[in-house]
Design a protein around this ligand. Structure first.
Ligand code: COA
Ligand code: AMP
Length: 633
């Protein structure tokens, strides 16, 4: 099939408002948009400013009304508990309406925030959709974060309720959530009025009388009373959710997602980018705590009338490297979307993909990769074993959907290894030098997006318009700074090479080295520190912390290193994968005192490096080299 990409992108370029007005017709509106875009509103304009809608209606009710009641809406497959469950659209709607009634019993209404700290169980999706139904704003916190991170999100979002479960399950380990929640509720200043907890059989939690409520009891009561809550109309510009993501400091950024733009954009991607038809199964092997989970486990498939898949397991070890093939076979997955690291894990465990032989994966048409740079080796391996197109695409929590990709629905363009391909309609992408001037073809520069951003992308940060401007809009006036660096080739293919800030990508998880440095610096024996992301064969990158001890510290370096590793695990969480701390006598700095992290990373990665002209004392690099080699890097 000849790709319709060029024609579609040109149509968007000619008249962006007409393009998105047409896309908006796929959505049920309470009050359809008369105005498509208001450039004067907010920090960088607002989409569909006069429309009203409800996201839950578009995800559930309208499909039930139009004949999808008996179709699976959400499949739950949990090898860690040995459970599988399929919820039809009608069943999911029933659960959501009932749980929405429970929320309203606590006085929750339009605009109230709800924190959801839950594992990958259907109740988490029910909670998200129930919030959407009544106009409450959910903020899901990834289960691998520790108490301090939960508390930071509570303080910023100021939620009325906290929804949680008794535990998450990692291979070989039950992660009790309740102690983390209890600690977070002590640490935070903005105490939620109550906590609703879903008890899992693997580890029941004790409830604090008066504050904690049992999910199942409340739901059973609402169901027995036949209580069902209908959709509330919200403005298209009202927030659907806040998702916190790593910023350049320890304080996470609250990315705001609006209702209307998000509906329109996700619906457009399901068909045009992912090539999915209503009724098909789309599997995003991510977690609801990440943006990919929001967009493509829960909202995208449902808005489109497709079937979402929630997988509580890993690519390997649950029970083996054939886990993905089993899920694709059993649920007839039409497209899988995961991080390259998941495939690296499978490839490492089963290099010849012998386990694939036992399964029929012929339902799968396309594999999509995102979340970190997809290395050509991994793409080619996946192509070879699966014999389907393997499509890299690049996006960010901020955008909520793909910036640069290869649209399967419009017809795939030729794949160029190392490039996620071309900008999607909505994104006017430029590569610029430090002064904001266009970089020549094939030259590295900062990737920026000309404003306005398309529907679905962040309109602002929660309660922080100024931070929004400072973080994204000030450096390149008229453009959104992606903080990714890369280049474009003569065919217009974009290559995304790495971040320009302190963000690293560890196993597809976005983490701030600055936040880790704050934790290391809080150790009483640490005088100075620097954290860099070093190459990791499985996770892409892994954090490596350099510490300088205070003079007079009378303990072994091993002891302190062990403690700082523990401290990061306790303060940020296991997801940081912070396992390597290296004590050095001093850190390399410029004469003006700036730590030369980039050079330290190159040394650790055994890449070639040149002596920075402004370095304080070149001998320090020999010390760093010796220290990292001693640790096996
Ligand atoms: N709750 C609690 N702990 C969690 C967790 C959760 N939801 N998710 C991860 N963790 C823990 C892990 O158990 C691990 O703990 P450990 O240090 O005690 O071993 C730690 O956080 C680091 O997790 P991770 O980096 O994911 O490594 P892993 O060894 O558990 O798994 C992979 C490695 C590659 C299999 C896994 O990272 C993976 O599947 N990645 C895909 C990433 C992804 O989906 N990204 C979303 C963007 S598309
Ligand atoms: P997140 O906000 O967690 O989705 O992480 C976004 C960041 O991950 C981007 O800014 C990139 O640095 C990186 N990233 C995501 N997808 C890709 C990709 N396909 N290629 C290269 N980097 C990617």
């Amino acid at each position: 099939m000849v790709s319709r990409y060029a024609e579609t992108y040109a149509r968007w370029q000619r008249d962006p408002e007409a393009f998105w007005a047409a896309a908006a017709q796929e959505i049920d509106w309470v009050e359809p948009p008369a105005k498509i875009f208001d450039p004067a509103a907010g920090a960088c304009g607002r989409w569909f400013p006069d429309a009203t809608c409800n996201t839950c209606w578009n995800a559930l009710d309208r499909h039930v009304a139009k004949g999808r009641a008996a179709q699976p809406g959400l499949i739950y497959d949990s090898p860690v508990t040995g459970t599988k469950q399929t919820l039809t659209y009608a069943e999911l709607l029933d659960e959501v309406r009932t749980f929405a009634a429970v929320l309203t019993d606590f006085g929750v209404g339009k605009g109230d925030r709800i924190i959801i700290y839950m594992p990958m169980i259907p109740e988490a999706a029910v909670a998200m959709l129930a919030c959407a139904r009544i106009g409450a704003i959910h903020s899901v916190v990834f289960g691998g974060f520790a108490a301090r991170e939960i508390a930071a999100r509570i303080d910023d979002a100021q939620p009325r309720l906290l929804l949680t479960a008794s535990c998450g399950i990692e291979p070989g380990r039950i992660v009790a959530y309740k102690p983390l929640v209890d600690e977070a509720l002590v640490l935070c200043r903005a105490k939620p009025q109550a906590c609703i907890l879903f008890q899992r059989a693997q580890a029941e939690a004790a409830l604090v009388p008066g504050r904690d409520h049992d999910w199942a009891t409340l739901t059973a009561k609402a169901r027995a009373q036949g209580r069902k809550t209908d959709c509330v109309a919200v403005r298209a510009t009202d927030p659907l959710y806040i998702i916190y993501t790593s910023g350049t400091t320890g304080k996470p950024k609250g990315i705001v997602r609006d209702n209307g733009g998000h509906l329109v954009a996700l619906e457009w991607t399901m068909h045009n980018l992912y090539g999915i038809e209503p009724g098909e199964v789309f599997w995003a092997a991510s977690d609801i705590g990440w943006v990919v989970g929001h967009s493509y486990i829960v909202y995208g498939p449902l808005i489109h009338g497709a079937t979402g898949l929630m997988y509580e397991g890993k690519p390997v070890g649950t029970p083996d490297a054939g886990a993905f093939w089993r899920v694709i076979d059993e649920h007839k997955v039409a497209a899988l979307f995961c991080a390259p690291t998941a495939f690296r894990a499978v490839k490492r465990a089963d290099p010849e993909a012998k386990l694939l032989a036992g399964y029929d994966v012929s339902a799968m048409r396309t594999l999509f990769l995102a979340g970190e740079r997809a290395d050509p080796d991994t793409i080619q391996w996946a192509e070879r074993i699966l014999k389907v197109p393997v499509i890299d695409h690049w996006w960010q929590t901020e955008t909520g959907w793909c910036i640069v990709g290869n649209p399967a629905g419009l017809g795939l363009l030729p794949v160029k290894y190392g490039s996620p391909s071309v900008p999607m309609p909505g994104y006017d992408l430029h590569v610029v030098d430090e002064g904001g001037k266009p970089a020549p073809t094939a030259s590295m520069g900062s990737i920026v997006l000309k404003l306005p951003l398309p529907p679905g992308s962040l309109p602002t940060l929660w309660n922080a318009d100024d931070r929004m401007r400072e973080s994204y809009l000030v450096e390149f006036p008229g453009y959104y700074k992606t903080a990714d660096a890369g280049y474009r080739d003569a065919d217009g293919y974009v290559y995304v090479m790495g971040r320009t800030d302190d963000i690293i990508n560890v196993a597809g998880h976005r983490l701030s080295t600055g936040a880790m440095e704050e934790v290391l610096a809080s150790h009483p024996d640490v005088a100075e520190c620097a954290v860099v992301g070093v190459k990791d064969a499985l996770k892409g990158e892994a954090p490596c912390g350099f510490i300088v001890l205070k003079s007079g510290v009378n303990r072994t370096t091993g002891e302190v290193e062990k403690e700082v590793v523990e401290l990061v695990r306790h303060k940020i969480g296991p997801v940081a994968s912070f396992k390597l701390a290296i004590t050095v006598d001093r850190l390399p700095k410029t004469r003006s005192g700036k730590i030369l992290r980039g050079t330290m990373k190159k040394i650790a990665d055994r890449e070639s490096w040149t002596l920075p002209a402004t370095v304080d004392d070149p001998a320090i690099f020999d010390e760093i080299t010796a220290a990292v080699r001693a640790k096996g890097l």
